[in-house]
Design a protein around this ligand. Structure first.
Ligand SMILES: [Zn+2]
Length: 333
């Protein structure tokens, strides 16, 4: 890893995309409005910030930020006066970008850049703009203030206004390969076998792999699988369920939600092993040993959906967890 955090060397995978972006910066052909499209955790935001640093840098080298000038330092610290980031505002129930945020950005963007020859605006989660915000942004993109470059990021391109999509050139960020994620984890001092497991579960998202690492992801998946195995073998007794409930009571609701997600994915793998690409290919032999009729698996998946919903209520986590396990056991028996 390069020590300057906004270095192209720190972007995982996407070699061709990075080269293309670097070239367009070096040749001064970077588009006025560009849309980085790809799932969460694939590197869009880092790539956008690297582009911003390179576009604002005093001495860029082949489309890369020098990492040393004042501009590069300020961009990396998110305190460059010509670098502006719009992000979704999150409340308990909603996550969106409001028209007020776009207006505020516009009033800044209408001024001359302060330190650099241009200004860069990143809009992270562009699909989270409500219609008013999107239409407001559209006006600016249609008549761009000549010195401002817009980089929009989206994990869901299809839910962006067509008019916005059509005015941006799109750069796709594909899912990362398991090997890319594994190697990146290893370079961050994750032990090799753990890195391999996390990379498989992460499903192409490095961000997800990091989250899993922090929440003990591989371990959690193992707990989900062993719970399923015991259910399928009719080995889960009342006292086991109460013990599990006590254990889960110590978890955050988010961790229990992840546990539920693991069970759902494992059940899908058991059921659709022949027709769908599995979520957990590394577990195939153990999953094949889980013999449950399809009808019961569907009921178990339905129960998972229902209990995920219950998790959003204020109900006691331990009671939810126990009720869920009793429900699964009833379906299996
Ligand atoms: Zn620089």
């Amino acid at each position: 890893m390069d020590t300057y955090k906004l270095s192209w060397e720190n972007l995982i995978g996407h070699a061709a995309t990075a080269n293309h972006l670097r070239k367009s910066i070096a040749e001064d052909k970077f588009p006025h409005a560009v849309l980085f499209s790809g799932e969460e955790g694939t590197g869009k935001r880092l790539a956008a910030e690297i582009c911003a640093a390179a576009l604002l840098c005093e001495n860029p080298v082949d489309g890369a930020p020098c990492g040393e000038c004042e501009s590069c330092q300020l961009t990396a610290a998110h305190s460059h006066p010509d670098f502006y980031v719009v992000e979704a505002e999150e409340t308990k129930t909603t996550r969106n970008i409001k028209i007020g945020q776009i207006r505020e950005m516009q009033s800044e963007a209408s001024l001359r850049p302060i330190n650099s020859a241009r200004r860069v605006v990143i809009i992270d989660g562009a699909e989270l703009m409500n219609n008013a915000a999107a239409n407001c942004l559209l006006k600016t993109i249609e008549e761009p203030p000549s010195q401002t470059i817009f980089i929009l990021l989206t994990a869901n391109r299809s839910s962006l206004l067509m008019t916005i999509r059509s005015r941006c050139s799109t750069v796709n960020f594909d899912k990362l390969s398991t090997a890319e994620i594994r190697d990146a984890l290893i370079s961050r001092d994750v032990e090799a076998s753990e890195a391999e497991r996390l990379a498989v579960i992460a499903g192409g998202s490095f961000g997800r792999a990091l989250k899993l690492k922090d929440s003990g992801g591989a371990q959690l998946r193992e707990e989900a699988l062993s719970t399923l195995e015991r259910l399928a073998r009719a080995e889960l007794k009342n006292e086991d369920i109460f013990a599990k409930g006590a254990q889960i009571a110590e978890w955050s609701r988010e961790k229990f939600a992840d546990f539920l997600t693991h069970i759902q994915k494992l059940l899908r793998d058991v059921c659709f092993a022949e027709v769908l690409e599995p979520h957990n290919p590394d577990l195939a032999p153990r999953l094949q040993a889980i013999k449950l009729p399809e009808r019961k698996i569907f009921l178990m998946i339905e129960a998972g959906v229902e209990f995920r919903r219950r998790l959003k209520s204020n109900a006691n986590l331990r009671l939810i967890a126990e009720a869920y396990l009793f429900k699964l056991r009833k379906i299996v028996s």
